[in-house]
Design a protein around this ligand. Structure first.
Ligand code: HDD
Length: 698
């Protein structure tokens, strides 16, 4: 994949950040924060009695600065989405949306807009594992020429609740339970399933959350959705409602559950490392950016309310129009000032974009700014990662702790006798709200259509492939099995029946619920496009950035090893040699290779595929090593691609319990082969990379 040159605009944010960036080097002496050079950083000043055993002195300002600074170095972690990772990138527009908006970022195709994207999990705390079953956050901050525009979305297009007032209850229910702070990083507990049972509006989201979407293989292989409905307003003042979509170039891929569970322990940073490694290697992840648009006058034309965040806008009714591309192309330099201190607000929009009366969005618009003040203080927008790249100034928004900028002049209010810092007319780019007509009484109410909660959950379930349905049944069963209060798992199995009585039967059998005899709501069998993740395959299949392991022990075929390794690496795969010992393994022909890891150090779960060259190493090494054998068995159980040549073929067959693998040169035959590719002869001419090898025996 070609590394894209950094854009002018992306460089603008980079240059802006450089103002606050320092390099650590061996020329700059160590100083205190107030600038004096330090001569001895290792010993606290003390009364040096004869044996140097005297008391420490509080006078030591250098030691006190160090310890007290350290005592205060954490900021409160995010109340949700605490665990995350981010990167910088660029937004490019291919097609102007000037017919529906005046926003420069969506109309000027010559622009490249710098951005920061933070991915996250929702439930776990900052130190939790990456591969838990959870919704993933997808929060984008675009530093546009007209100010910052934040899209604070998820990898799932719908949400648990319809009204923002319920958010604290939802989050309290899913977070670790209050009496014992258990469990960490999962929704598999009584309180969560108790809460969502009480909210049938959560049903649709629960199905997405129990699908494979909630255990992504990589942040680079997930969709991003704005979820809420916003508005776009064009120069004639006409409004369209809009939903934002990001669709990954690499397709949508997931882990299998057993693998996800194991990776939580084996490499809790799996997703963050995956993102950083890909960017570092120049394989910049990209997402197509699309809009779904509903003209204002058509808002009531649907059987659901388009402003209800528990509903998708079916693509058959409202197609996605792809107009741009988001690319991540620069890793962060330091986690705390960038990924930890980045702060998003759903209320941060630019002229040409506006809100809607989506009751979830309206509440979010209040909450985010408020939480940033609590996390970072009122001057959070001055932090380098948060500040705009366009000129910005507000005479009245100043003071507060940690104010950084110095504003010269004698007035801090508007209007003032100098006409200093005047507002801009709309024609000069000043933001104006869409003049929506409003009339009504005050009431705590939602529109009638918000009361229907099952139709889209049924359509989602019906649209999944058989394997996705099977995974979903297992996920519901796992979660409810972790609930030990019978009222919780029994009631939830009844609720599942509102979507599929067959699924409810399976789950109830597994977890001990009552077997529902009939569904409280018949499922008419509607299916829709865009819901099964199998629909999102990369246009051009690639093994670039896929992690491929080559297993070796003493006596391996050096030629097969090197030719395969080079062939894989030439296509951008990340190839790792896993050997019996990191001391080194020796080939049949005498060459020594120092493996990247040894068998127990790095497990099969952390790779997408495995290759075993032939040679005496199979009988003398691999077949005698329990961990090496399990490597192959476990790879097979996790549906990984497995390849082997010559002596490795019978070894692989034995570990996976098959006598024969049928291999031919077509995709359907590849499926028949269970992803196992074997051959006799010279690798890789026997096993073509990206294709199935020509012939296999045995
Ligand atoms: Fe939220 C963080 C996504 C509903 C209140 N939310 C947060 C983040 C994401 C989302 C991705 C992490 C941002 C980051 O990386 O810093 N939230 C969503 C989506 C929602 C949603 C897609 C439904 C459409 N959120 C929601 C509601 C409320 C909040 C209804 C409150 C009324 N969310 C917050 C918050 C957080 C947050 C408490 C915690 C940290 C932060 O804001 O910056 O204000």
């Amino acid at each position: 994949m070609a590394a894209t040159t950094k854009s002018r605009a992306a460089d603008a944010k980079f240059a802006d950040m450089q103002k606050d960036t320092v390099e650590v080097n061996d020329k700059q002496y160590m100083t205190t924060d107030y600038g004096i050079k330090i001569s001895d950083p290792d010993h606290w000043l003390r009364v040096a009695s004869e044996k140097n055993t005297g008391p420490m002195l509080l006078e030591d300002q250098i030691a006190r600065e160090k310890i007290m600074r350290f005592d205060h170095e954490r900021i409160p972690e995010r109340v949700v989405h605490a665990r995350g990772t981010g990167a910088f990138g660029t937004f490019r527009l291919f097609e102007s949306a000037a017919d529906v908006t005046t926003a420069g970022v969506l109309t000027d195709t010559s622009r490249e807009t710098p951005l920061f994207l933070r991915f996250s999990t929702v439930q776990g705390s900052k130190g939790s594992a990456d591969t838990v079953r959870d919704v993933r956050g997808f929060a984008v901050k675009m530093y546009t020429d007209e100010g910052n525009w934040d899209i604070v979305g998820n990898n799932i297009p719908v949400f648990f609740i319809q009204d923002a007032i319920k958010f604290p209850d939802l989050i309290h229910s899913v977070k670790p339970e209050p009496h014992n702070e258990v469990p960490q990083g999962q929704s598999a507990h009584n309180n969560f399933w108790d809460f969502v049972y009480m909210h049938s509006e959560s049903t649709h989201m629960n199905y997405w959350q129990m699908s494979d979407r909630a255990i992504p293989r990589s942040y680079r292989m997930m969709q991003g959705f704005g979820v809420n409905t916003y508005s776009l307003v064009n120069k004639e003042g006409k409004r369209h409602f809009v939903k934002f979509h990001f669709t990954p170039e690499l397709g949508v891929h997931s882990l299998v559950w057993d693998e996800a569970l194991k990776i939580c322990g084996q490499d809790p940073d799996f997703h963050r490392k995956d993102l950083m490694d890909a960017i570092e290697a120049g394989h910049f992840p990209r997402w197509k950016f699309g809009l779904q648009l509903i003209p204002e006058e058509k808002l009531d034309d649907f059987e659901f309310d388009p402003l209800d965040a528990t509903k998708v806008w079916p693509e058959e009714l409202v197609p996605i129009q792809y107009i741009g591309e988001l690319e991540l192309n620069r890793n962060i330099d330091e986690f705390h000032p960038q990924t930890e201190q980045v702060a998003f607000c759903t209320s941060h929009i630019v002229p040409g974009i506006d809100f809607s009366n989506d009751p979830l969005l309206q509440g979010r618009n209040f909450s985010y700014f408020d939480t940033q003040i609590s996390r970072l203080g009122p001057n959070w927008e001055e932090l380098p990662v948060n500040r705009p790249v366009c000129p910005y100034m507000n005479l009245a928004n100043r003071d507060g702790p940690m104010r950084h900028r110095i504003t010269k002049g004698t007035v801090n209010y508007w209007p003032n006798r100098f006409n200093a810092n005047p507002p801009a007319e709309p024609s000069q780019g000043g933001f104006t709200s869409y003049p929506e007509k409003q009339q009504g009484i005050k009431a705590r109410a939602l529109s009638e259509k918000f009361k229907e909660h099952y139709n889209q959950a049924q359509t989602f379930y019906n649209s999944l492939s058989e394997i996705e349905k099977l995974h979903l049944a297992k996920a519901f069963s796992f979660e409810l099995d972790h609930c030990d209060d019978p009222i919780v798992y029994k009631r939830m199995t009844e609720r599942i029946a509102a979507v599929s009585s067959q699924l409810a039967q399976t789950v109830a059998t597994n977890v001990g619920g009552d077997l529902p005899s009939k569904s409280p709501k018949p499922n008419p069998g509607h299916k829709a496009k865009g819901l099964s993740q199998l629909e999102y395959q990369p246009k051009t299949p690639t093994i670039a950035t896929r992690r491929i392991a080559i297993l070796l022990a003493d006596g391996f075929d050096f030629n097969a090893y090197t030719t395969m390794k080079e062939a894989l690496a030439s296509q951008g795969a990340f190839v790792f040699t896993i050997g019996a010992a990191r001391q080194g393994v020796t080939a049949e022909s005498g060459q020594k290779v120092v493996p990247d890891h040894f068998f127990s150090g790095m497990r099969s779960t952390l790779f997408d595929a495995v290759f075993i060259p032939g040679g005496k190493h199979v009988a003398d090494g691999l077949a005698k090593n329990g961990v090496a054998k399990f490597w192959v068995t476990e790879s097979f159980a996790h549906l990984k691609a497995i390849a082997g040549v010559n002596e490795a073929v019978p070894f692989i067959m034995k570990q996976i319990g098959l006598n024969e693998v049928r291999v031919a040169a077509s995709d359907s035959a590849l499926e028949d082969s269970y992803g196992v590719v074997t051959g006799y002869g010279d690798a890789p001419s026997t096993l073509k990379v990206g294709e199935v090898g020509p012939q296999a025996k045995g």
